[in-house]
Unconditional design. Structure first.
Length: 238
């Protein structure tokens, strides 16, 4: 699942992690991203100390046997962690889906943690590039989920996603126990307070805040990528 930040990606990881047949991993390419870019994200030193920073070693794990003998390996990725030169044949060994959120709402949330976000921090250009790559390589259009629509109808959206991926849906995906998980990354304490308090998908609530003036140019840059992906958004049958 390729997403940008602040897109209910962790709630979706909780959902899949509630399945008895599934093991999840949390942003496995984050350490490499921080090491390669030098970005100063919250918890940087802790992340580099606790997580594998060699992306090739990570890829071998992602495409190897499913951990713990489970049937499904759900991988939560931030698209901007996939840096130049990292796309390749290994992607063909995985099934792909995409999670997007309206840039205005994403930026209003993101700026609370990254005060000066850049276009690449939204993940949208990388999502669009990867979406095109996957479609060209496989000849199929991967599912694109809109965060708001998942919150508005989690059952139908997840059932349809499971159908598209060829796995059975289970009601266990709609609720989970609160609290942290051993599979959460070292960055969890900086980002996951809301999801740690949750027991399921929260109802969608629009953000009434206006976008600050300094974020308007970034919003305008991000919108074309969002719109391109949104044009392929996943709509359940019926």
């Amino acid at each position: 699942m390729w997403s940008g930040p602040r897109t209910i990606s962790t709630a979706l990881m909780r959902s899949w992690g509630s399945r008895p047949d599934t093991v999840v991993c949390d942003e496995p390419l984050y350490a490499h991203y921080l090491q390669a870019t030098g970005r100063d994200h919250p918890g940087r030193d802790e992340i580099l100390a606790q997580h594998e920073a060699d992306w090739r070693a990570v890829v071998r794990w992602l495409t190897g046997p499913t951990p713990d003998g489970k049937a499904i390996f759900y991988q939560k990725h931030m698209a901007h962690h996939l840096l130049s030169g990292m796309m390749g044949d290994w992607l063909a060994d995985l099934q792909h889906a995409f999670l997007i959120r309206d840039p205005r709402e994403m930026l209003l949330s993101l700026v609370k943690v990254l005060p000066e976000p850049r276009l690449e921090d939204t993940g949208l250009p990388q999502q669009w590039a990867l979406f095109q790559y996957v479609r060209e390589e496989t000849g199929e259009t991967p599912p694109v989920l809109v965060a708001r629509e998942v919150l508005e109808q989690p059952g139908p959206m997840l059932r349809a996603l499971c159908d598209a991926l060829g796995v059975p849906f289970t009601e266990a995906m709609l609720s989970w126990e609160p609290g942290p998980r051993p599979t959460d990354g070292a960055w969890a304490r900086h980002w996951y307070a809301t999801v740690e308090a949750s027991t399921g998908f929260q109802p969608y609530r629009p953000k009434p805040d206006s976008l600050p003036d300094h974020l308007r140019p970034l919003h305008d840059e991000a919108m074309p990528y969002f719109e391109k992906l949104h044009a392929h958004r996943f709509v359940p049958d019926g």
